[in-house]
Design a binder for this molecule. Structure first.
Ligand code: AMP
Length: 202
């Protein structure tokens, strides 16, 4: 199974991706996590990405496309993967399509988590507080000022993907404001329906 989780920052993509990893045994490919790891390791990519990430802006398409292209060739991706936070621009969406076509594989579905903007800042602040309480590092971009920029980037560059995937008939929208378990159940329902459609089409 290959799916994309789409939605603004704080929509719960990471939380839901982890649940899908547990249930389906396929990896979560979070470009945010990969970029943070590169920053932490002080690699060339990390050095180039750090300031952009701290400002809440998007890292260049060339950098993230290269990271994902390399990652999907790892053996643990053979049975599928969950793209979390990628693609985030139309250029990236075209890139993922070519990447998959070159490998003779296809996307199963794109799940959009529909959320209310006003609730998102509260979620981000809570995420930062929880990380702090657990003694974990707090993300530099999880604060209200940077969050506003991340949200602006989302609407300018990522939200157009909703129309892109809707036109391709691969978009499934799920109510991201429901409780975590309810969202998981809705996503699972979407995945079973998609699997049935695929079988029926064969
Ligand atoms: P995330 O953990 O998904 O919220 O990503 C954190 C930050 O990493 C974003 O605000 C961007 O600066 C960068 N980033 C993550 N994924 C992408 C992507 N697909 N394209 C561009 N920048 C990204």
């Amino acid at each position: 199974m290959r799916l994309i989780l789409l939605g603004p920052p704080g929509a719960g993509k990471g939380t839901q991706a982890q649940r899908l990893v547990e249930k389906h045994g396929i990896p979560q490919l979070s470009t945010g996590d990969m970029l943070r790891a590169a920053v932490q390791a002080g690699t060339e990519v990390g050095k180039r990405a750090k300031a952009v990430m701290d400002a809440g802006e998007l890292v260049s398409d060339a950098i993230v496309n290269a990271i994902v292209a390399e990652r999907i060739d790892q053996p643990d991706c053979a049975r599928g993967f969950i793209l979390d936070g990628y693609p985030r621009t139309l250029v990236q969406a075209d890139a993922v399509e070519s990447m998959l076509a070159e490998r003779g594989i296809a996307l199963d579905t794109v799940v959009e988590l529909v959320v209310d903007d006003k609730a998102l800042v509260g979620r981000i602040v809570k995420r930062a507080e929880e990380a702090k309480a657990a003694g974990q590092p707090v993300r530099k971009d999880d604060n209200p000022a940077v969050f506003e920029e991340r949200l602006r980037e989302y609407y300018k560059k990522t939200a157009p993907l909703i129309g892109y995937y809707y036109a391709k008939r691969t978009l499934k929208s799920v109510d991201g404001m429901a409780g975590i378990d309810a969202v998981t159940a809705e996503i699972e329902a979407v995945l079973s329906a998609t699997a049935k459609e695929t079988v029926a089409a064969k």
